[in-house]
Design a protein around this ligand. Structure first.
Ligand SMILES: Nc1nc2c(c(=O)[nH]1)N[C@H]1C(S)=C(S)[C@@H](COP(=O)(O)O)O[C@H]1N2
Ligand SMILES: [Mo]
Length: 329
């Protein structure tokens, strides 16, 4: 496949949604807030503080909206981002995750840290959150199915967790695994009464360690100023804004540091259509459709051109120097 040279845009539109300065102020504020609360507060209280009026998520002002080819983009309406979902553990249609996850208990929730780390351990999500700095970041989100949203996430930078767990020198990849519990994720137990499902559960996704350490990569625990709902991957999910949505694995219960590149769930399911990298690239078509443009969900149904690395090329294209873009799909 022939790939034209990517023309770097001077300012990446998606980044403009949250002006850098504002973001750093927020970060400082939260660090203070957490420091003063950490001894006594529950995560419920911390998240309440984040969702509080004084701070964090609020509707975007006109100035903060971005303009992509004449189209104004702002946060996707919350009702849409929480009801139009992909989460195959609950079902294969967009409404299943919300409809079939009612009553899902996301707490208490344990995460196991394993593999090439100084000392493997297990920790409750709420305990982990007390050690991390919560931030809000508004990111463009692009599904491989050629639709997109703009989501205000709350979470922490994955690199902070990586520093905390101290991977060994051997660690080159990080693999995430969704909780395996067919009682809570019905599709893990089979499909249409059959003892088999479409995907090979538990869902797994991985990053190269340098991708995982990039400051844009985060583990999200909330959105729109609130705790994550089950349909969006409660209590904790991965967010990597320059990659297709299938990389952003939900309801994580295991994080492993590995020496070798592992095979991810979608890659295993259909290696011709889904790769290890899943980098957004308008010039590399999916075998069954073009990736050159996207349907912007909840913004009047319009389409907008897709940007290389989803608009974050300035920040992350150095990670892929010398690699064949056609193979980063
Ligand atoms: N465990 C798990 N994680 C998953 C999926 C899934 O089916 N199972 N779907 C992925 C896909 S294809 C997308 S587009 C995003 C959707 O996230 P959202 O529903 O919060 O928008 O979740 C990703 N994470
Ligand atoms: Mo997706």
């Amino acid at each position: 496949m022939e790939i034209k040279n990517y023309k770097n845009t001077s300012k990446q539109e998606c980044q403009n949604i949250t002006p850098e300065e504002l973001f750093y102020q927020r970060r400082k504020f939260l660090k203070l807030g957490i420091g003063s609360l950490v001894a006594t507060a529950s995560v419920e209280q911390l998240l309440a503080q984040i969702g509080g009026e004084s701070f964090m998520y609020r509707a975007m002002s006109k100035e903060e909206m971005i303009k992509i080819n004449g189209q104004m983009l702002t946060n996707t309406p919350e009702e849409i981002a929480t009801s139009y979902n992909n989460f195959y553990e609950f079902g294969y249609s967009k409404s299943d995750p919300k409809d079939k996850s009612k009553g899902f208990q996301a707490r208490p929730w344990e995460i196991s840290i394993e593999g090439e780390v100084e000392k493997p351990f297990k920790i409750l999500v709420d305990g982990l959150l007390k050690k991390m700095s919560l931030v809000e970041k508004v990111y463009c989100f692009r599904c491989v199915e050629a639709w997109s949203m703009v989501i205000p996430w709350i979470g922490f930078e994955l690199r902070e967790l990586i520093d905390y767990v101290k991977p060994t020198k051997e660690a080159k990849f990080v693999r995430f695994t969704t909780l395996y519990d067919p009682k809570r994720f019905p599709m893990q137990g089979g499909f249409l009464g059959l003892n088999t499902s479409f995907l090979d559960f538990p869902y797994q996704e991985s990053l190269r360690l340098d991708e995982a350490n990039h400051p844009l990569t985060m583990l999200a625990v909330g959105m729109y100023g609130k705790k994550l709902l089950p349909q969006n991957g409660a209590p904790i999910r991965l967010v990597v804004p320059w990659k297709y949505g299938y990389k952003m694995i939900k309801s994580i219960s295991k994080i492993e540091f590995l020496k070798e590149q592992p095979i991810s769930t979608w890659e295993k399911e259909n290696p011709k259509e889904y790769g290890f990298y899943g980098n957004v690239d308008p010039q590399v078509s999916h075998p069954r459709w073009s990736q050159a443009s996207e349907r912007v969900i909840g913004q009047g149904g319009g389409r907008t051109p897709t940007l290389y690395l989803n608009g974050y090329a300035k920040e992350v294209e150095h990670l892929y120097v010398g690699l064949d873009r056609a193979k980063l799909y």
